[in-house]
Design a protein around this ligand. Structure first.
Ligand code: EPU
Length: 593
């Protein structure tokens, strides 16, 4: 039932060659349960896919891919106004919509020909031509991977938003959709005709359009604008249409370019068509390797035939940077990046006073070697198409300028000491249109509310940074599908959070690592660990203590950080270390695969 080393290229619409370590398809809850209870796979990273129409595998997948083959289409008539259409998660979406039209059920017609499967429609809240799946979903039946039972969510509990739902956040990784129940009407009346070209359909036809006519019209528009999934690989819209505050749109975006269009949204917000921005940034047809901006609809990236996950990711970044430069908007991918590689940049490798220390004339502080210049400890992680900051250090502004950081999706905070959070106010440029998610422990949360009270008031001074606080304990949590494991270590008596992402772990300010936390570090390939100096310190690991910890965890490679001038010159200390242990330095970059 579970196959190994499987080519899953055909399970994605991008058509980029990709393999997975394990693959399993199931046709019933029983089969799914059997797979999920198989001990061997419980430690593996698990990814449940649908039609693969919204996925970009940047590299091969080193875990278990699940796919539902649950097929079902049941029509249940409740009364003269309401019919329920129950669809198995593995039903092809376009076939399901066609089935609803053939059976004279109205509601889904605007969503014709969207690639994908019924299960994913509830997760992604697919939408087109003025309708979203969430508008029609009555309930969703899921398998709860933790409780090993079937649970049902009402539409309200699904928390549908623009290409968004509960299943992409709190429910991510825990619930697998089994069946979706749509609430439709037993008639052929098309009721959603407000979107663009559909507005003129009644006039063009000379009568009120039927659901079949709308479905045909939508199919035709899609054929003209979007690549034929049978011939050209793509994942549909690659980016989301950015939603910004109207004030920001008027004051900042129109100032740069008076022609930028927008659509009104509730709450004084507007939606800006990303395709327009990409086209007007001069990127139509632009390509990197086999990845190209589709000429008929710039929101789509296509596979010219020889694209790799990396070339698509590189083109994505090029588009983000170019659009940002021209319009001041950072585009967010709509496509889910599956990227098990973790790219790390050490932004700062120094202790709380940094190196050189002001008012010090020692050899290290006066060294001209750039490796001896250490800003306060901080790191930037890029993985799964996201950028995460570990600690907005007191030197964050300088680090952001030096490393050309244009986007940050969230910040993971290790603890509340000033050298680790002193740059929090400098996150302002990254919070102009959104609240920045900050992952903090309860005590850091309280501390930051006290120290930065001006950021948390009901009526804030305009322009102060906005934060969305996520309080964590020492249990793994998910951010946009990425599993992050907190590791609780002790800085004398102060608890500090280290973080493990994939096979990379970052621990700073530790003096001791509690026994039970070592389990979470098993199999880490690259470890960043603090080592203050050679002589003892009450709250920091010394060089020898850090080497002992490394010896116990046994990573392939370890980098030492949070270093003070007493450690000595980089050039003199480096040759004394075991070959797999290195002193980190500011600007150091590496990738953990
Ligand atoms: N535009 C351009 N240049 C382009 C593309 C678009 O100027 O290259 C302009 C269009 O002229 C139009 C505006 O941007 O004025 C909006 O374009 P369009 O109506 O094609 O819709 P979209 O915002 O680009 C969204 C969905 C599509 C969906 C269509 C129709 C997102 C991210 N995309 O695209 O969904 O089919 O509306 O409802 O919301 C998908 O999710 O994969 C998808 C295809």
């Amino acid at each position: 039932m579970i196959s190994e080393n499987v080519d899953i290229t055909g399970f994605t619409t991008f058509g980029i060659p990709v393999k997975t370590k394990y693959f399993a398809e199931y046709s019933s809850v029983k089969e799914l349960e059997r797979i999920m209870r198989t001990a061997e796979y419980q430690q593996s990273e698990v990814l449940h896919i649908g039609g693969g129409s919204n996925l970009l595998f940047v590299n091969d997948f080193n875990g278990l891919i699940l796919h539902s083959a649950i097929k079902e289409r049941t029509i249940y008539k409740k009364n003269d106004d309401t019919v329920y259409l129950i669809a198995g998660a593995g039903e092809n979406w376009a076939d399901l919509v066609r089935f609803s039209v053939d059976n004279n059920l109205s509601g889904l017609e605007n969503l014709s020909e969207i690639p994908g499967e019924a299960g994913a429609s509830a997760i992604q809240n697919v939408g087109a031509y003025g309708v979203e799946a969430g508008d029609l979903i009555f309930k969703v039946e899921c398998y709860d991977r933790l409780a090993h039972k079937v649970v049902t969510f009402s539409a309200e509990e699904c928390k549908f938003g623009y290409r968004d739902s509960f299943f992409k956040h709190e429910g991510r990784g825990r619930y697998y959709v089994l069946r979706v129940c749509f609430k439709l009407r037993p008639d052929t009346i098309a009721r959603n005709l407000d979107y663009g070209p559909l507005k003129t359909l009644a006039e063009r036809l000379g009568h009120a359009p039927s659901i079949r006519e709308v479905s045909d019209e939508v199919t035709q528009i899609r054929d003209e604008k979007l690549p034929d999934p049978q011939r050209i690989g793509s994942a549909g819209s690659f980016f989301k249409n950015p939603v910004v505050r109207r004030k920001y749109y008027e004051a900042e975006i129109l100032k740069r370019c008076a022609e930028v269009p927008c659509y009104d949204l509730p709450d004084d917000k507007v939606k800006i068509p990303a395709g327009w921005l990409i086209e007007h940034a001069g990127l139509k047809g632009c390509f990197i390797g086999g990845a190209q901006v589709y000429t008929k609809q710039c929101l789509v990236i296509i596979n010219k035939g020889n694209a790799t996950g990396e070339s698509v990711a590189a083109l994505c970044r090029h588009i983000q940077l170019t659009v940002h430069k021209k319009f001041g908007i950072w585009l967010q991918p709509e496509v889910n990046f599956i990227d098990t590689a973790v790219h790390v940049e050490i932004l700062g490798s120094g202790t709380s006073k940094g190196v050189p220390e002001p008012a010090c004339q020692c050899d290290v502080c006066t060294s001209s070697d750039s490796h001896d210049k250490r800003l306060r400890a901080s790191a930037l992680i890029r993985t799964h198409g996201m950028t995460l900051l570990i600690d907005p250090s007191a030197d964050f502004r300088e680090q952001a300028l030096r490393s050309k950081i244009f986007d940050i999706d969230a910040a993971l905070i290790t603890h509340q000491h000033y050298d680790h959070v002193g740059g929090i106010d400098d996150l302002r440029p990254y919070c102009t249109n959104k609240k920045m998610p900050l992952f903090v422990t309860e005590s850091v949360n309280e501390d930051l509310h006290r120290r930065l009270d001006y950021c948390f008031r009901e009526h804030n001074y305009p322009g102060v940074p906005g934060f969305e606080m996520h309080v964590i304990d020492d249990l793994p949590f998910y951010f946009n599908g990425l599993k992050i494991i907190p590791i609780k270590v002790m800085h004398a008596s102060l608890p500090i959070v280290g973080y493990r992402i994939g096979d990379f772990a970052y621990i700073t300010d530790a003096k001791t690592i509690p026994e039970e936390q070592y389990e979470k570090l098993q199999g880490v390939k690259v470890l960043v660990l603090n080592a203050l100096r050679k002589t003892p310190h009450f709250s920091h690991l010394t060089l020898q203590e850090a080497l002992d910890v490394i010896e116990r965890i046994k990573p392939e490679c370890a980098y030492l950080t949070h270093i003070c001038h007493d450690m000595g010159l980089h050039a003199e200390v480096s040759p004394t270390l075991p070959p797999h242990v290195k002193l980190a330095y500011d600007g150091l970059r590496f990738t953990v695969n």
